[in-house]
Design a protein around this ligand. Structure first.
Ligand SMILES: C[S@@+](CC[C@H](N)C(=O)[O-])C[C@H]1O[C@@H](n2cnc3c(N)ncnc32)[C@H](O)[C@@H]1O
Ligand code: SF4
Length: 399
């Protein structure tokens, strides 16, 4: 089985690179940029994709200023994007070893004294939330393995102005921890699952645990999380034959299945041949689920969202590679070592930990953050350039 799967994942496939394209958005006009990208990725005879395209919304450049928690200048970049969403990586460690996320021989771990403590995380989070951030996502590594995860959730959920406290998790330890995490204010979960076949799970994650993840999804539903988002990284020859099986999960359960295009990061052996473009995934789903309908996006949505008549859940696509969504990006990232990152794919980082530890006042920290936000580029460099640029492995960044 292992040899068979290895052949599937590493073997030659028939991907036509002309279906993809370098992404060099000019950013003059958000709508124009999105239109160009759509036309590019839908060139080819993709009638289903064209139907979906017709229902796509044309969103405005940035989020409207929220009235209850106004966004300070620190969080506005030079393109007018309001950054109201902070992703905090709580750890570089993980109880799985997913092939698309980290190299086989593991990653170099930052020594513990150099990682942010709970107090430092909360100090930073407070600074962001009091400046207008209204959503925090906890990620990692695997956030549930952090021992003080419940305390962190409780204290974050008490920050005035924070509306959503979310977590992206591999689900291995979630079923057991979720009731308490919910009590501590966690109000949304994304659970990662790339296959419905236990043997393939073990191959991809280099660990056992498929049943635990399925249990976590069911436990989340039972506890009333709605929707329960399931993140599935689609890789050609590995799980692209399971796309419709995943969509079936949405029939009777409030699951939002989110198909993610495979992205290049250091050490994850990304290869364009393994990328299954959005247009192709969409085609597959529409052929089987003919009532698939695009729903109106929010300008800051990274996902393209769809409903199917009679299905309780939804289907979404995260198209970072073939149709990037940089124009509406409202995300910032704080890594476990205290580095601050304004773009998932951009290599530039700046330490908040160092000034914090030498006693910087809030105003100095805000100045550092504001300057980094102002340096944020209009869009990422395009998948081929990203693949060539040094960045950290995904497990360090947290998605
Ligand atoms: C880095 S993980 C961290 C949180 C948690 N350990 C988990 O797996 O959900 C966050 C998300 O990034 C996704 N991810 C990791 N590597 C990726 C890649 N190369 N391309 C696309 N998504 C990736 C994972 O599937 C997961 O949904
Ligand atoms: S994707 Fe998540 S579960 Fe998989 S190795 Fe990366 S951090 Fe761990």
């Amino acid at each position: 089985m292992r040899r068979y799967l290895s052949k599937l994942i590493h073997g030659p496939v028939g991907f036509n690179p002309s279906n993809s394209f370098p992404l060099n958005c000019e950013m003059g006009s958000y709508c124009a940029a999105r239109r160009t990208n759509r036309q590019a990725s839908f060139s080819g005879n993709n009638e289903y994709a064209t139907r979906a395209f017709a229902t796509t919304s044309c969103a405005s450049l940035s989020e409207d200023q929220p009235k209850d928690n106004p966004v300070s200048d620190m969080l506005v970049d030079s393109f007018g994007r309001l950054h109201t969403y902070l992703r905090i990586s709580l750890t570089e460690r993980c109880n799985l070893r997913c092939q698309y996320c980290m190299p086989a021989d593991g990653v170099e771990l930052t020594p513990s004294p150099q990682l942010l403590t709970k107090t430092e995380i909360l100090r930073c989070a407070n600074l962001f939330v009091s400046s207008g951030v209204n959503k925090i996502r906890l990620t990692g590594g695997e956030p549930t393995i952090r021992k003080d995860i419940e305390d962190i959730c409780l204290e974050l959920s008490n920050l005035k102005g924070l509306k959503t406290l979310s977590m992206t998790t591999n689900g291995i330890a979630l079923a057991r921890k979720l009731p308490k995490l919910k009590e501590c204010g966690l109000n949304s979960v994304n659970i990662s699952l790339d296959t419905l076949v236990p043997a393939k799970f073990e191959f991809m994650t280099r660990r056992k645990g498929h049943e635990k993840v399925m249990d976590a999804i069911n436990a989340s539903i039972d506890l009333g999380f709605n929707p329960v988002k399931v993140n599935c990284v689609v890789m050609r020859g590995f799980n692209d034959d399971e796309i419709c099986d995943f969509v079936e999960l949405t029939r009777e359960k409030p699951i939002d299945i989110r198909f993610i295009e495979f992205m290049p990061f250091d050490g994850n052996v990304w290869n364009v041949k393994k990328l299954v473009p959005y247009s192709e995934m969409l085609d597959k789903v529409m052929k089987r689920f003919t009532s698939l309908k695009r729903v109106q996006d929010h300008p800051t949505d990274t996902a393209k969202n769809f409903t199917i008549d009679g299905h309780e859940g939804r289907v979404s696509f995260i198209t970072s590679m073939t149709e990037h969504f940089c124009a509406g990006c409202n995300r910032l990232r704080l890594l476990a070592d205290g580095n601050f990152k304004v773009c998932l794919f951009g290599p530039s980082e700046i330490s908040l930990r160092d000034p914090l530890r030498r006693g910087a006042e809030d105003d100095e920290l805000k100045e550092i953050i504001g300057a980094a936000v102002k340096r944020k580029k209009a869009s990422h460099a395009g998948m081929f350039d990203i693949a060539k640029t040094a960045n950290r492995p995904m497990i360090h960044i947290g998605g």
